[in-house]
Ligand binder design. Structure first.
Ligand code: SF4
Length: 245
């Protein structure tokens, strides 16, 4: 089901209408083999006017059942980052994946895998249209597949994370996928600290309006606005890190 913001009395925005049309275009998609095993097409959800867009690789088991992105255990970690760390809600941001149907390792449907080239080629056009419609100020790629796809690189997430990159002029901050964080240490994973360092850079960029220096492109001026700029907020941010990570 497409989640669009209908709360405005003036009706859905142009962006919401475009997202709705895009979901209609996908329809009961059979463009790749993932259609044979899926329960739901997980289109994506959040604000059509989101400043921040999170992009993962594909739905997992819980997402496939519920038809919503990042609602399983990894999704709970992502939600904590958004709500407790970024002081935003899931409705403030936009969350989606490269492919809209769940890729699994085998017909046992127990283990997920990244989408293959064929699946990515079949589905990624929808993601590109979502980016084009939403025009976020910042994209956060979660893990290797979405980082490699969007930035056209083979470099691993360990080297890519924590540095600004650009996709068509939109600043991109790669970080670890929440599933990867949980697989490497669970709730007390040391990778949480690194994710938080990356998120802090996003928050600073959203607030500072300063020039972002891209690793894969010449620096450009960002229109990003002010937040996390005064001392009090920095103290609060340190407190969040202590509690969350
Ligand atoms: S993954 Fe994308 S292209 Fe493949 S069937 Fe699902 S919606 Fe269609």
């Amino acid at each position: 089901m497409l989640d669009i913001n209908m709360s405005d009395n003036t009706g859905p925005s142009e962006k919401a209408k475009k997202l709705f049309s895009l979901r209609e275009e996908i329809g009961d998609c059979r463009r790749c083999k993932l259609s044979a095993t899926r329960n739901s097409i997980v289109f994506g959800e959040g604000s059509p006017d989101a400043r921040v867009m999170f992009i993962g690789e594909g739905p997992g088991k819980d997402e496939d059942i519920q038809g919503r992105p990042f609602v399983g255990r990894a999704g709970q970690l992502l939600t904590a980052i958004i709500e407790k760390g970024m002081r935003m809600t899931r409705e403030d941001v936009y969350i989606c994946n490269i492919v809209k149907c769940r890729p699994t390792i085998d017909m046992a449907f127990q283990r997920d895998r990244p989408p293959d080239e064929e699946e990515t080629a079949a589905c990624s056009g929808f993601l590109l249209k979502q980016i084009e419609i939403i025009k976020p100020e910042v994209i956060i790629t979660l893990g290797n597949p979405s980082t490699r796809f969007l930035l056209g690189t083979k470099t691993g997430i360990t080297k890519m994370r924590g540095h600004w990159h650009s996709f068509g002029g939109i600043p991109v901050m790669p970080t670890y996928h929440p599933s990867y964080v949980l697989r490497n240490g669970g709730e007390s994973s040391p990778l949480k600290r690194e994710v938080w360092e990356d998120i802090k850079k996003v928050l600073a960029a959203l607030g500072s309006g300063e020039t972002i220096v891209f690793s894969n492109e010449a620096s450009v001026d960002s229109p990003l606005r002010k937040a996390f700029s005064d001392e009090k907020k920095q103290e609060e941010e340190a407190e969040i890190q202590r509690k969350l990570f």
